[in-house]
Design a protein around this ligand. Structure first.
Ligand code: ATP
Ligand code: MG
Length: 273
């Protein structure tokens, strides 16, 4: 079967920095794929290229076999940074994608209303972003991406600003939305347990240059209860993935420390000489 999303030999440079090199991935329709990897390995860059917000230096992105180069309503994007418009209310932010794409109707408005309720923002329609907590703003972001009902959802650390409890609730809600909506999801996270909990497959990226290090298939039956996170099998997956990226993470921490002028980090002496 033709993959829903195919990434072929993708590469991206920023000046001297080879951010991504030779990325090849095929994602099936209705698959839930998570991407993990150390800070700076190119996760956001990869998602932005797929979204059509950034151009690659080589390779291509195919959706249903057709090349994509620009944003489209077939892909919904939830940004890592808060991207709400401060002068628009919660409601006006939630429907902006519909407005831009000329899709405002009774039906889409009702659907958006149900999404705001789903993410726990019922009654906040007239609030402005400045009146919300970081977690609430991120939930508006999520509702906004879902409002367009895109078949492919691209999510860049969508739950990172949420407290632990809200995050777990959103993880289960995310799985429910995914299952009921037959969506294909590409989801970046820093939390390895979140990746294992959500994903059919976890793509582990390495850095310098950003490349696929390993693809881990998560063979844990669905539906997954939250208590699956305490099972040995689950913990084995988390440990395995953590080991894959541990060295890369250590390198990036040391590098950041060195940039800050040379400090002792993670028990390592870092000198600038
Ligand atoms: N517009 C840009 N111009 C120059 N360099 C960039 C640009 N965007 C990203 N980079 C560089 O490309 C590399 C990958 O960045 P990217 O944001 O994709 O990483 P990431 O994996 O999402 O990191 P994080 O986990 O911290 O979000 C980094 O070294 C970053 O500095
Ligand atoms: Mg990022």
């Amino acid at each position: 079967m033709e993959p829903k999303l195919a990434i072929r030999n993708l590469s991206k440079r920023f000046g001297d920095l080879q951010a991504l090199e030779g990325i090849n991935l095929e994602i099936a329709e209705h698959e839930f794929v998570c991407i993990v990897g150390p800070s700076g390995c190119g996760k956001t860059t990869l998602l932005r290229i797929i979204a059509g917000l950034e151009t690659a230096n080589g390779g291509e992105i195919l959706i249903d076999g057709k090349g994509v180069r620009a944003p489209g309503a077939d892909r919904g994007f939830v940004f890592q940074a808060d991207s709400l418009l401060p002068w628009r209310t919660v409601w006006k932010n939630a429907v902006i994608g519909l407005e831009i794409n000329g899709l405002v109707s009774q039906e889409t408005r009702e659907y958006t209303r149900s999404l705001l309720k789903l993410v726990g923002l019922e009654g906040f329609d007239h609030y402005y972003p400045a009146q919300l907590s970081g977690g609430m703003r991120q939930r508006v972001n999520l509702a906004r991406a879902l409002a367009l009902n895109p078949m492919v959802l691209l999510m860049d650390e969508p739950f990172s600003a949420l407290d632990a409890q809200t995050r777990e609730i959103m993880q289960s809600e995310m799985l429910r939305i995914w299952r009921s909506g037959h969506k294909t999801v590409l989801f970046i996270t820093h939390q390895i347990d979140e990746a294992v909990y959500l994903a059919d497959r976890v793509i582990v990226l390495g850095r310098r240059p950003g490349r696929v290090k390993e693809i881990v298939s998560v063979d844990i039956p669905r539906p997954r209860e939250l208590n699956v996170k305490r099972k040995p099998r689950f913990i084995e997956y988390v440990d395995h993935i953590w080991q894959l990226i541990e060295n890369d993470v250590r390198d990036s921490v040391i590098e950041e420390g060195a940039h800050r002028g040379g400090r002792r980090l993670a028990g390592q002496a870092i000198s600038q000489e």
